[in-house]
Ligand binder design. Structure first.
Ligand code: MN3
Length: 206
């Protein structure tokens, strides 16, 4: 079955003022849709890949047929990354991290402020397009950044959370002020969903 754009579970305007409706509409309906469209185009050339979930395609990029390796890395990554992105945000989100994830943040970083500072810094320093991520590495939370749509899944990690620092994610509202976008983004974070992802991340061996 072809890959499909997952519908947003909240209104385009629901994350305002942190993320404006015009950005959400473009980002979800145009950018994410394009990743899905081009992923399906790549799969059409290799029907043997059709049964795999998008995230499974990212587990071993080098094992993919050469002619679709880069398209799947970029568009499969784009599809999986954005599917997570919509889910880890919600209207009236934010606040301090809750549950087991909140405890792990305190344990590994001392405070939520320090964790945010290091994460925002990773996003700010990512040159050009990419993502800042939190993964679980050897029993500890770890912050990293990737270029383009490269997924932590290809590095052996299940991404607990990630923020999109491509200009399309913030430029309409924040223009060149990526740091302001990174700082504001925590106001729409969905800690319940992140706790669910944290449980999954713990089950990945690494
Ligand atoms: Mn994006």
């Amino acid at each position: 079955m072809a890959h499909e754009l997952p519908p947003l579970t909240y209104d385009y305007a629901a994350l305002e003022p942190t993320i404006d409706a015009a950005t959400m509409r473009l980002h979800h309906d145009k950018h994410h849709q394009a990743y899905v469209t081009y992923l399906n185009a790549a799969i059409d050339k290799h029907p043997e890949l059709a049964a795999k979930a998008a995230w499974e395609l990212l587990l071993d990029i080098n094992a993919l047929p050469e002619d679709v390796r880069t398209p799947i890395r970029n568009n499969g990554g784009g599809h999986v990354n954005h599917t997570m992105f919509w889910e880890i945000m919600k209207p009236n989100g934010g606040g301090a991290p809750t549950g087991a994830f909140g405890e792990q943040v305190a344990k590994d970083f001392g405070s939520f402020d320090e964790f945010k500072k290091l994460f925002n810094d990773a996003g700010l320093k990512q040159f050009g397009s990419g993502w800042a991520w939190v993964v679980f590495d050897n029993g500890k939370l770890r912050i990293l950044a990737t270029a383009n749509q490269d997924s932590p899944i290809s590095l052996g990690f299940f991404p607990i959370l990630g923020n999109d620092v491509w200009e399309h994610a913030y430029y309409l509202n924040y223009q060149n002020r990526r740091a302001d976008y990174l700082a504001a983004w925590w106001n729409v974070i969905n800690w319940d969903e992140i706790n669910k992802r944290f449980e999954k991340a713990k089950k990945v061996k690494k």
